[in-house]
Design a protein around this ligand. Structure first.
Ligand SMILES: Nc1ncnc2c1ncn2[C@@H]1O[C@H](COP(=O)(O)OP(=O)(O)O)[C@@H](O)[C@H]1O
Ligand SMILES: Cc1cn([C@H]2C[C@H](O)[C@@H](COP(=O)(O)OP(=O)(O)O)O2)c(=O)[nH]c1=O
Length: 201
């Protein structure tokens, strides 16, 4: 089973994942992430830091995804493991719909074509939703915040793209109020994943 955790920068994904590692020890899921599950992730990070051409950047994220499927996702699913990924394809549909909006007429349509036929659809996606002003504040408290995605206007656009995706696939997406207490969020998501795991087993 493939579970993904999505949300804008500073929405609390890493915090949630760390808590899930504790709460789901009995299930022993595989924790993974995009970008960065393979060496291609290092090139993606370089591309982000250098603010390379948005089409080149998008295709690096796609290359990272293809390698991630090959090395982690498909082998894990074939062993019937429960996989939890910190970001996945919806990150592309949400972020690149913003970064490519001045380059392509229909960025999401283009991205769907690029992924079709080889990607693997998640069984469930938990989307952390937060006021982008609050997420920016959270990020500022802990890091420099110079990644080019970590800008208020960008994060507002990314979040509305995420919400549109969630509205299109209500059975897959679970929307989480990311402004709630972190322990409350973690125990709710852990409970949902445990149920899915038990029903799928
Ligand atoms: N539910 C929460 N309430 C308040 N602060 C939170 C919550 N979840 C995470 N944080 C804090 O917000 C910041 C960003 O969280 P993080 O998990 O790194 O987000 P992301 O991985 O989505 O970028 C961290 O300082 C973290 O401690
Ligand atoms: C997976 C993915 C991430 N991103 C962005 C989101 C993040 O701002 C950035 C780096 O991802 P990530 O390492 O998850 O960020 P963080 O610094 O919060 O741990 O890349 C995309 O634009 N497209 C994608 O397909």
């Amino acid at each position: 089973m493939l579970i993904t955790i999505e949300g804008i920068d500073g929405s609390g994904k890493s915090t949630l994942i760390e808590n899930l590692k504790n709460e789901l020890k009995d299930i022993n899921p595989v924790f993974t992430r995009e970008p960065g599950a393979t060496w291609i992730g290092e090139q993606v990070r370089r591309g982000i830091a250098e603010e390379i051409d948005p089409v080149a950047e998008a295709l690096l994220f796609v290359a990272d995804h293809a390698a991630h499927l090959d090395v982690v996702i498909r082998p894990g699913l074939s062993k019937n493991l429960t996989i939890i990924s910190d970001r996945y394809t919806d990150s592309r549909y949400a972020y690149q719909s913003v970064t490519l909006k001045n380059h392509l007429i229909d960025p999401v349509g283009w991205l769907r074509l690029v992924h079709n036929e080889w990607t693997v659809r998640p069984d469930k996606t938990f989307l952390l939703v937060i006021d982008p002003e609050i997420s920016i504040q959270r990020i500022k408290n802990e890091r420099e915040g110079n990644e080019h995605f970590e800008r208020l206007e960008t994060l507002k656009g990314v979040q509305s793209a995420y919400l549109k995706l969630a509205a299109e696939e209500p059975d897959r997406f679970v929307i989480i109020d990311a402004e709630k207490d972190r322990d409350e969020i973690a125990s709710f998501v852990a409970g949902e994943i445990r149920n899915l795991h038990n029903n799928g087993a």
